[in-house]
Design a protein around this ligand. Structure first.
Ligand code: RTP
Ligand code: MG
Length: 149
């Protein structure tokens, strides 16, 4: 059984709406372990790097403007299939298509303000964790419940 890490981030709309605790709780309740967390403002430079796969898209400037518009809560989660599981909990990009019970389905309204980000692959998870956290900020520790997950 191999554990993996993923990067999720409550976006500025989620922070402004007071959803940080409820969103983080969903990942904890699912069994994923918090390895790092940081409340921060994203600089335009970091935003451009984070979303570099979208730099040719028509919505890129709006996306960078939105993600830098207020504080975000950045988190590293760890567990078996953490990337796939967290994307399932998050739901589809457009909240209108995300089922109830997913974070975007329950809290989101529009694609441009969809409450949360989650890495979509091992490569993007590694890259994004490296962009947002220093190695020593990502903690390794044991939990007694890990044997039951
Ligand atoms: P994220 O990266 O934020 O977790 O979202 P995602 O994987 O579900 O979606 P992605 O395709 O990576 O798009 C990144 C973010 O760009 C915004 N977007 N706007 N206006 C548009 O057509 C449009 N398309 C995407 C969304 O906020 C999406 O989360
Ligand atoms: Mg994405």
């Amino acid at each position: 059984m191999t554990s993996e890490r993923t990067f999720v981030m409550v976006k500025p709309d989620g922070v402004q709406r007071g959803l940080v605790g409820r969103i983080v709780q969903r990942f904890e309740e699912k069994g994923l372990k918090i390895a790092a967390g940081k409340f921060m403002h994203i600089s335009p430079e970091l935003a451009q790097k984070h979303y570099e796969e979208h730099q040719e898209k028509p919505f890129f400037n709006d996306l960078v403007g939105f993600i830098t518009s207020g504080p975000v809560f950045a988190v590293v989660l760890e567990g078996q299939d953490a990337i796939h599981i967290s994307r399932l909990l998050i739901g589809k990009t457009d909240p209108k298509e995300a089922p109830a019970g997913t974070i975007r389905g329950d809290y989101g309204h529009v694609k441009e303000k969809n409450v949360i980000h989650g890495s979509d692959s091992l490569e993007s998870a590694d890259r994004e964790i490296g962009l947002f956290f220093k190695p020593e900020e990502v903690l390794e520790y044991e939990r007694s419940i890990d044997a039951w997950l």
